[in-house]
Design a protein around this ligand. Structure first.
Ligand SMILES: [Zn+2]
Length: 251
């Protein structure tokens, strides 16, 4: 592949972990698979429901299957040279937790594509602890806005840094039941495939910049869909951050 800013062939030596393979994660996995990343691990305990089909990648014949199993088949067809590994587990508990910690350790970058706040906080603290970059993507509950947060431990603000409003309530927030989900695992909130495609593409763009060392990584990008505006924020790390505050700053 001819690309003037980096050598894409280096991607075959790279390993990526993607947590959550719904609207964001499935698209990110497809993009990075087609780019030729060497090993892609996907983790998600959800089963595919009809209500998920307004997103991209999945199809009607896969309803009832584990998302990671359906996606693994799809990705292997898209690029058989990529090693795809699927783990159908909850990363915050039991076997899934052990596997998550192990896979974070092996990965060059972790992509957060989850829809719950407490899992984001959990992933943030685990990635900071392991010194692994986390690229978190999210879409707003109204479906038209999104954001991408690039956490490079010791270098860019972590997910907890610029949320002073969380303050003392962070722990309570993290323990709240998952309000955005029904018992079936299908999200209540609107999910526009367009917004999902934009946010996951931005996540992948920052991932490629990080893995191949080109361009200027945006530590925080916010997409405003109604206005058609993409904003970049370059915040400073919080020296008192409870998660990353004690890591020596690297330039
Ligand atoms: Zn922090």
């Amino acid at each position: 592949m001819q690309f003037p800013f980096a050598d894409f062939s280096e991607l075959k030596e790279k390993k990526i972990l993607i947590v959550g393979v719904g609207g964001l994660g499935a698209v990110s996995a497809e993009i990075l698979t087609r780019c030729g990343v060497g090993r892609i691990v996907i983790m998600d305990y959800d089963t595919l429901e009809e209500g998920n089909l307004n997103r991209l990648i999945y199809n009607t014949s896969q309803v009832g299957k584990k998302k990671v199993d359906a996606l693994e088949v799809h990705l292997k067809k898209a690029n058989p040279d990529v090693r795809v590994v699927g783990h159908p587990f909850d990363i915050t508990d039991g076997k899934g937790y052990d596997l998550f910690v192990e896979e974070v350790g092996k990965s060059d970058v972790v992509l957060g594509c989850v829809d719950t706040f407490h899992v984001r906080l959990f992933m943030n603290s685990q990635c900071v602890k392991a010194g692994k970059p986390l690229i978190d993507g999210g879409a707003s509950t109204d479906g038209v806005n999104g954001s991408v947060h690039v956490v490079i431990p010791g270098k860019t603000p972590c997910f907890r840094c610029n949320r002073p409003a969380l303050g003392e309530t962070a722990r309570e927030e993290a323990q709240k039941p998952e309000r955005a989900r029904e018992a079936t695992g299908v999200c209540h909130f609107t999910s526009l495939p367009t917004t999902m495609g934009i946010v996951s593409s931005l996540q992948c763009q920052e991932t490629l910049k990080l893995l191949l060392s080109f361009g200027h990584i945006a530590s925080y990008l916010m997409y405003h869909g109604l206005e058609g505006v993409l904003e970049r924020y370059d915040w400073e790390r919080d020296p008192d951050c409870p998660v990353c505050g004690d890591i020596v700053h690297e330039k």
